[in-house]
Design a protein around this ligand. Sequence first.
Ligand code: CTP
Length: 400
Amino acid sequence: MQDMPSLPGRRIVLGITGGIAAYKTPELVRLLHARGALVRVVLSHSARQFVTAGALAAVGAQVVDDRGPGMVHIELARWADAILIAPATAHLLSRLAAGAADDLLTTACLATEAPLCVAPAMNRVMWRHAATRANCALLAERAVVFIGPAEGPQACGEDGPGRMTEPCEIVAALERLWAAHGSLQGVRAVVTAGATYEALDPARGFTNRSTGKMGYALAAALADQGASVTLVSGPTALAPPPGVRIMAVTSAAQMRDAVMACREEMDVFVGAAAVADYRPQTVLARKLKKTADALTITFVRNPDILAEVAALTPPPFTVGFAAETGDLESQARAKRARKGIDLMVANPIDEEGVGFAHDDNRVLLIDKDRTVAWAAAPKTEVARALVREIIKRLPRTAPP
Ligand code: CTP
């Protein structure tokens, strides 16, 4: 495993509300960014009196407002791995407790399934006030994570609880949150992704239209849950997800060898690659010249990596993909049984806008007992939902 930052690729929505401590948020963004996190910032109207969008952008944040097209709050809510509100004013806590949804930040908080963290900041009397106590108790009951507040001298000249926790400690709290949240801590996952390339001669070969997006999204989603992930990837144009070990391969035979080299350290196997079923029997050492009018190439079968992994003793938890044209469910269900795998994810490749090379996917989830159809969604979301299904089915992990 390569050296990795402590918050690799974590997507954090930072909500900044109008307390004097907002002046510390560029430092908070800088620290998060330095640890590999991606930060989008939502500034409340009053926060703009204490910190500027320009200062936050300069240290790596993307400042978001609701003037863009579409449903910005939903997009933000889905994007987030966590929402952090720092500083969180007494007013913001009361609005969260009431379920308010009257601006971008509160609507995103209501629309997200990601953990919500708050770093309160206010005068000590306000913090101790019965109304604030009641709001905090309600929010804690709803699993809102409180980071602080700290005690000490306050901007108002008083001394007591209500100072915003220092940025470095907020970052440490987030690191702990993920360390504790990942349901796949200690689980070793191997994911194949992309197409394979089967050479015919030094210039030519056979491949397919897979881009690797689904497999890369799955590797990232597994790593997000704390799994240590090896991504065995055919040639793709994608950047490796942060914190994931990459084994770059070209042909199906190389992919098979790379996967089998991990056989002793594989608790979960996800075969998302579009592996070529056949390869040219002979790989020519020199370029094939066009001398004949017709050309016949003999192909031989490639190893079936997924079936081979499923036949290991003991087998890891195995997930396969079935890209089909025609009757999706019956073909994929038969394929699941034939390969002896735990979960088959079936997707149509003859439908507009989903599947191969698209950002969205529409899948059927097929296990031994049932089939569940999921609506079309971005591959990153399908990946996260699939990981939740894997976690549910793994014997020794708790639901996220
Ligand atoms: N797979 C594999 N090794 C192969 C072929 C496929 O590991 N040589 C895996 C794929 O990664 C995928 C699943 O098997 O998870 C199903 O792939 P698919 O191409 O749909 O099925 P095939 O077994 O190749 O069957 P067919 O092409 O006849 O539909």
